[in-house]
Design a protein around this ligand. Structure first.
Ligand SMILES: [Zn+2]
Ligand SMILES: [Zn+2]
Length: 133
């Protein structure tokens, strides 16, 4: 692993030109790669994928209104950059909070961090039952 000095380009930015060249020259392989990734997602979290498909259908058919504004930062975006975040789980596919891609990413980072914190606390309590954390 190459260590990247602070302030220099990120690893992804260094690799990106080569990646884009490969993608342009191998559209078939790229499509196959995307298809495989989708398959893996279906295997990993079918509930989430089902909810996404239902939501997409509902938006396409006007059953649910998709705004162009993020409900968190109130900025306007193109519709493709607004995501439906399933804030109460995937049971109700149409119960979403409309977030821009940036707020959506942040929200998931927060959820992952929160989950890790809860897990860490449970583990600690299992080892030190009387610890008050
Ligand atoms: Zn936002
Ligand atoms: Zn989400």
């Amino acid at each position: 692993m190459v260590r990247i000095a602070h302030g220099s380009k990120t690893r992804w930015e260094q690799v990106k030109p080569a990646w884009e060249k490969w993608r342009a020259e191998n559209p078939e392989a790229f499509r196959e790669m995307k298809r495989k990734a989708k398959e893996r997602e279906w295997e990993k979290n079918p509930e989430r994928m089902k909810a996404r498909v239902k939501l997409k259908y509902a938006v396409a058919n006007g059953l649910i209104f998709k705004p162009m504004e993020c409900t968190r930062c109130f900025q306007q975006f193109e519709k493709v950059l607004i995501h439906g975040h399933h804030w109460h789980g995937y049971e109700d596919a149409l119960d979403v909070q409309w977030l821009c891609y940036r707020c959506h990413r942040e929200e998931h980072i927060r959820l992952v961090a929160e989950e890790a914190m809860v897990k860490g606390r449970e583990q600690m309590l299992a080892v030190h039952p009387r610890a008050s954390v």
